[in-house]
Design a protein around this ligand. Structure first.
Ligand SMILES: *Cc1c(COP(=O)(O)O)cnc(C)c1O
Length: 502
């Protein structure tokens, strides 16, 4: 498909099994059809309301689709082929770390005792599962250089909220009521949202001309009312904060704490540990760096890791060793911020992440990091001939361009991203981070081979050429998909997510 990216809209014809008409035939139901055969009733019939009781019987459900087994199979199989996923091709969505989900993780997560143990079984009967959680937490602590870990948070954003609540509990414990959390202007959108939800007020910190924290700005902003700094490192520009030690020192000097958004640890593992450069609390996304399924593929997991001084505030319960090789759940934690999620967090994700870490081992994980950084820098070097680099600093796990050159010809980052779909690639992250006008944020991860990276670069270079010669082709893309330009706001705000009888 990537070879057929012509200018004449012939792509649709080149793929015979796709017709626009097919997209419209969604409704397959017709009265009387069925995919199942049920034995004749041999008991007296009763009406549903009698069995269920009035309160549970919903009059408003007036029918289910009536379809044959084959129609159901075709329907779902067809829908599955309309998706683009990491199992289909390169998925360079920056800040999302869409890496391969190794199948060994899935095999391990489906093992009997791990997949079927009920979360309510007593701790003494769940020793294997608790051991896995404890081991996962130990690995996370080792990788981050932190002292203690909770695996409860179910997503990165929930890890953020948990960490901020701990910062709050820490200050309040010391009799201090601080009001503000500083956030660099390049921050991920979840950061200010988590700050606000935790009851703090977010104050934006202007980056310097290298896209990093400006020490003089930080100095000015760190008042006695400032509870701490929340930053992403490498930041959302894919740049490592070179003065991170100094940044942490200055925040600590004013009694503040440093929160690091570690959703993107793909450039640090095995090389640098946040705990060593001064971070007090952070979260990790197991569903990014640690290869557990992401997005529609599975629930998330955002463990939060802390230094010793914040340990008393970790969510309850904590999993602790009893000294004789067993584990117990400790609920007796008076300073804890409480429970943030049911049971133990998304247990299956901890299993997958641990399988990933053990399969690679320490050397393998370092290699992952080196390959991810190498891939990002390769893209950065090859693409900078055609696209403007946002900041000229070495890239970590991702690189960020601006559409400045293309915008001069009326083509914006969103158009280029849509044109990439015609070339068979998932788009990069569009218009983020906000500090870069027309941002194109690209994260290849270590999963991409050189051949795949080259094909991606060739596509983006070809698009840059199209922008010069036929800008209208790029501005009108995609031309090869079933639907072209959707009303994205309505699709997001008023999605139709379930079937209703027509
Ligand atoms: C993905 C991401 C988050 C949010 O993680 P979720 O699991 O989607 O809540 C936060 N910060 C950064 C930098 C991220 O890339």
């Amino acid at each position: 498909m990537s070879q057929s990216g012509g200018h004449n809209g012939r792509i649709t014809e080149a793929i015979p099994h796709i017709t626009r008409n097919e997209a419209l035939i969604f409704e397959r139901s017709s009265a009387g059809k069925t995919g199942a055969e049920v034995a004749p009733l041999d008991v007296p019939p009763v009406e549903a309301p009698e069995v269920l009781g009035k309160d549970f019987y919903r009059e408003d459900i007036d029918g289910f689709p009536e379809v044959s087994e084959l129609e159901v199979i075709r329907h779902f199989t067809r829908l599955s082929t309309w998706n683009y996923g990491i199992d289909t091709g390169l998925y360079p969505l920056g800040s999302c770390t869409m890496k391969y989900n190794p199948r060994i993780n899935e095999v391990v997560a489906r093992l009997d005792g791990l997949a079927t143990d009920h979360p309510y079984i007593p701790a003494r009967l769940a020793q294997g599962c608790l051991g896995i959680l404890a081991e996962t937490a130990r690995c996370v602590a080792e990788i981050t250089g932190m002292d203690a870990v909770s695996l409860q948070p179910a997503a990165g954003a929930q890890g953020e909220l948990t960490g901020l609540l701990m910062i709050r509990a820490y200050h309040e414990d010391r009799g201090e009521r601080r009001k503000y959390i500083l956030i660099p202007d390049s921050a991920h959108g979840t950061n200010p949202a988590s700050v606000t939800t935790s009851g703090y007020e977010a104050r934006s910190l202007k980056s310097n001309d290298r896209g990093c924290v400006d020490l003089a700005e930080l100095e000015r902003a760190m008042t006695p009312e400032t509870a701490g700094l929340m930053l992403t490192n490498p930041n959302t520009l894919g740049i490592f904060e070179e003065q991170i030690r100094e940044v942490c020192l200055r925040v600590h000097h004013r009694g503040g704490l440093v929160y690091m958004d570690g959703a993107n640890m793909n450039a640090l593992i095995g090389i640098a540990r946040p705990g060593d450069f001064g971070v007090d609390v952070m979260h990790l996304n197991l569903h990014k760096t640690f290869s557990t399924p992401h997005g529609g593929g599975g629930p998330g997991s955002g463990p939060v890791a802390v230094k010793r001084k914040l340990e008393p505030y970790l969510p309850t319960p904590t999993i602790e060793e009893t000294g004789d090789g067993f584990y117990k759940l400790n609920f007796d934690r008076p300073k804890s911020v409480g429970r943030v999620r049911a049971f133990y967090g998304n247990f299956g994700m901890a299993v997958r992440a641990l399988a990933y870490m053990l399969a690679y081992g320490a050397d393998g994980l370092r290699q992952v990091t080196e390959d991810a950084v190498l891939n990002a820098n390769y893209l950065r070097a090859r693409l900078s001939t055609a696209y403007d680099l946002a900041y000229d600093a070495p890239s970590m796990h991702e690189c960020v361009f601006s559409d400045r050159r293309q915008a001069a010809r009326g083509v914006r980052t969103g158009d280029i991203a849509k044109r990439l779909m015609d070339y068979g690639f998932h788009p990069y992250t569009v218009s983020f981070p906000l500090v870069v006008p027309g941002a194109m944020m690209i994260e290849p991860t270590e999963s991409a081979s050189k051949a795949e990276l080259d094909a991606f670069v060739d596509a983006l270079l070809a698009i840059a050429q199209e922008v010069k010669e036929h800008p209208e082709v790029v501005a009108g893309a995609p031309h090869s998909t079933r639907l072209s330009r959707l009303d994205e706001a309505t699709a997001a705000r008023k999605p139709i997510l379930r079937w209703k009888p027509s």
